[in-house]
Design a protein around this ligand. Structure first.
Ligand SMILES: Cc1cc2nc3c(=O)[nH]c(=O)nc-3n(C[C@H](O)[C@H](O)[C@H](O)COP(=O)(O)O)c2cc1C
Length: 216
């Protein structure tokens, strides 16, 4: 084993080690509205689910870094979420991952990424922010809480108000996602991604079979 203490490492060294270790990560393609009504879209892989009651998830958003012509600027997504307090999380699968990643370019605030990369917008049902029509699953969300971690980073806690599923992805009777038809793309370290087509089922057995019913 090779041992690497975090103390003394630069921010970017920690970034590469952390994001290289946590994978595959889901990708939230977040749509949000600017003050003038322009629809913004950007991908975020510091993203995961946090709970059911309320139905919560978190996304970490940093300021634009050295690689950008907007270095130090707040991201449009964060500014839009703070102003309007509502946004949509569009899940990313193999069919749209290339376009979703393109949305991660440092477009100026006056450019609408969905239009620039060729994704279609469709109205949401409960909020004023549109969803991406090509996304297999989208969540209509409101801001639950914002946690300022540092001058560079904020964590957005979002609450899911409603979900939209491509027709074949929802088992309406059981109210479950048709997992075998949903192929979210995973992000690994750097510009590396993986498909999720290969599956295996590993149900957790109950330690005392008489004490509970296993989850399916
Ligand atoms: C796959 C992918 C995942 C990303 N994840 C994050 C993330 O978790 N947090 C973040 O701040 N930026 C992340 N980025 C960078 C933003 O998407 C990028 O800075 C984008 O231009 C922000 O756009 P905006 O100013 O319209 O919000 C990611 C980029 C890609 C391509």
């Amino acid at each position: 084993m090779k041992h690497v203490p975090m103390a003394g490492l630069s921010e970017m060294q920690k970034y590469w080690l952390i994001t290289g270790s946590v994978g595959p990560r889901p990708i939230a393609l977040v749509t949000s509205l600017a003050a003038d009504g322009l629809c913004n879209a950007a991908p975020f892989s510091a993203f995961n689910y946090m709970g059911e009651d309320p139905p919560l998830f978190a996304i970490a958003i940093v300021r634009y870094g050295e690689e950008s012509h907007r270095v130090g600027e707040e991201k449009d997504t964060l500014a839009n979420i703070m102003r309007r307090e509502e946004f949509v999380v569009n899940m990313v699968d193999d069919a749209i991952v290339d376009k979703a990643v393109l949305c991660g370019s440092d477009f100026p605030a006056h450019v609408s990424e969905p239009e620039a990369v060729g994704l279609t917008l469709e109205p949401s049902t409960m909020i004023g922010v549109p969803a991406i029509a090509e996304s297999p699953i989208s969540w209509e969300c409101r801001l639950f809480r914002l946690l300022d971690i540092s001058a560079q980073r904020a964590i957005v806690f979002g609450e899911i108000l409603a979900m939209n599923f491509r027709d074949d992805l929802l088992d309406e009777e059981r109210l479950r996602v048709q997992v075998d038809r949903f192929f979210p793309t995973g992000r690994l370290g750097g510009p590396n991604y993986c498909s999720t087509g290969e599956r295996k089922r590993i149900p957790v057995p109950t330690w005392l079979p008489s004490a509970g019913k296993p989850r399916e």
